[in-house]
Design a protein around this ligand. Structure first.
Ligand code: NAP
Length: 495
């Protein structure tokens, strides 16, 4: 046991941190070859815990157990599944402080944000626990007098899940809640940087009475072996993945031979547009929330801020003043609003985007440097005079850099906003009603925030168009991703 004192001394329930993986119905303390990997606190560099580096063989065993467990789980009534999931939800809420602490220690975000993520994750479990009772089929008016047409919805079966490090609790919550609610089983692999949060949920799942084998958490240094096993194992019906578009493409190619079903929540390059009729102060607040939450490491992050010419200077001034008030530091410290980035590659990408923007005529208004707090801390930065030739206009920065672009007309900004292969989210601030409808309809994205910078909720469908993904998470539509439609044609009816 190497669990670090920073974490251990603050936990109310120390058993929530485990240095083992959940493989089917068993907790595995060690890999067959004895290899392990460390989980490191990005704020301090301290090793938090050591976990077994499991292999494809372990994932295969989890699939065997899950297959058996799923058959029995799917036979239970929706109400019965709902009761079990609600118990898990209650434990999730009861342990929110501890889960938030674990999350901040392994991921870096400020504690208040981490707590928000735990409650947001829990809200999916509550929502889908309710939905478990409402998986309705259909009776369709028949085309023939002696036939009846029934439509049933059935669970797809066993689902393999791969999740990223930026929301270690919420990303698995959005997958496991609908999957289990409709009668599926799940074998999941958390990102190597942040596995402790998902393992803590597996501990609570055991306590809640989630049947053994139904939810596995496989730990490993890299996800590629796990991805190959899930895409090639004929007992896995579907893969659900949240992460970069690049890895989404790999999984799609790997799953092609078996026509594997896919749910993909991929990268974004969100435009955030401020029109000249907007409430500028509200737009500044919205941009702060959409840009700097989780130090800019969210898939729905405002990546490109477009401001109409007449209000450009005023917006840049007010926005920069707010950005300069952000407090960078260890997420466990009071008052900190920006934590460290997850790793050195993320820091390098932000620095490259800043250097490229400066080369191409951009000007730094706030920030621009690395902080002296440690190698993974980056100063929140605002760049004015951003243009379409800059890397930041095409690529997701995934860090605390806000480039502000100037535009003149509605047509021009719609064309700029849509000039990307991504289509996850977009935001705009305006007051004119006709303009609001026109722009909301024209943006090529799956999610639009109008006069708000915060759009995530369990009651609405979350997902992208273009190369930002396939399928939706959350809302009544979210259950469909884990269901098959079966049509039954009932003959021999009396005429
Ligand atoms: P990433 O490199 O794609 O990593 C995400 C996950 O993919 C990790 O668990 C990683 O595991 C795994 N992975 C990497 N290579 C793999 C392979 N060959 N086969 C199977 N799995 C593999 O993405 P990231 O840069 O760390 O995360 C940020 C990205 O996620 C951004 O693009 C962001 O927009 C996107 N994201 C999207 C949403 C959404 O809902 N649309 C939400 C959050 C994040 P290991 O690191 O353990 O190998």
């Amino acid at each position: 046991m190497v669990v670090h004192e920073t974490l251990l001394s603050r936990l109310k329930d120390k058993t929530l941190v485990v240095e083992a993986a959940k493989v089917g119905s068993k907790w595995a303390q060690n890999a067959a070859d004895g290899t392990r990997f460390d989980v490191v606190n990005p704020a301090t560099g301290e090793v938090l815990a050591s976990l077994p580096a499991l292999s494809a063989e372990d994932a295969r065993q989890a699939v065997v157990d899950a297959k058996q467990a799923q058959k029995l789980w799917a036979k239970r009534t929706g109400k019965d599944r709902s009761v079990v999931l609600k118990r898990w939800h209650q434990l999730w809420i009861d342990n929110a402080d501890d889960l938030a602490l674990i999350l901040t220690c392994e991921q870096g975000k400020p504690l208040a944000e981490a707590r928000g993520e735990i409650l947001y994750g829990a809200s999916y479990l509550e929502w889908f626990a309710e939905e478990a009772k409402r998986i309705y089929g259909d009776i369709i008016p028949s085309h023939a007098e002696n036939l009846r047409i029934l439509v049933m919805k059935q669970p797809v079966g066993l689902v393999g899940a791969i999740t990223p490090w930026n929301f270690p609790n919420a990303m698995i919550a959005r997958k496991v809640a609908p999957a289990l609610a409709v009668g599926c089983a799940m074998v999941a692999k958390p990102a190597a940087e942040t596995p402790l949060s998902m393992l803590a949920l597996a501990v609570l799942a055991d306590r809640a009475g989630i049947p053994q084998g139904l939810f596995s958490v496989i730990t490993a240094r890299s996800s590629s072996e796990f991805g190959k096993e899930m895409t090639s194992n004929p007992d896995v019906a579907k893969i659900t993945f949240t992460g970069s578009t690049e890895v989404g493409r790999i999984l799609m190619r790997q799953g092609a031979d078996q026509i594997k079903k896919l749910g993909l929540e991929l990268g974004g390059n969100a435009p955030f547009i401020v029109f000249d009729d907007a409430d500028i102060d509200a737009a500044v607040d919205g941009a702060m929330a959409a840009k700097y939450r989780n130090a800019g490491q969210t898939c729905v992050c405002a990546n490109r801020i477009y401001v109409q010419s007449a209000i450009y200077e005023t917006f840049v001034e007010k926005f920069s003043a707010k950005v300069s008030e952000l407090k960078v530091g260890n997420g466990l410290d009071a008052g900190v609003t920006i934590g460290p980035l997850i790793n050195a590659a993320s820091v390098a990408k932000v620095r490259e985007h800043i250097a490229d923007a400066l080369d191409k005529g951009g000007e730094i208004v706030v920030g621009g440097g690395v902080s002296d707090l440690g190698p993974l801390f980056v100063e929140p930065t605002v760049i004015r005079g951003a243009t379409a030739t800059m890397a930041v206009s095409r690529e997701e920065t995934f860090g605390p850099l806000a480039p502000v672009f100037r535009f003149e007309t509605v047509e021009e900004v719609i064309a700029l906003a849509n000039d990307t292969e991504f289509g996850l989210s977009g935001y705009f601030y305006a007051r004119d009603m006709a303009r609001i409808f026109r722009v909301a309809e024209a943006l090529e994205v799956g999610i639009v925030g109008v006069n708000t910078g915060l759009i995530s909720t369990e009651v609405a469908p979350f997902g992208g168009v273009k190369q930002s993904g396939l399928g939706r998470e959350g809302s009544r539509y979210g259950a469909d991703d884990y269901l098959e439609i079966k049509y039954v044609c009932l003959g021999g009816q009396e005429v």
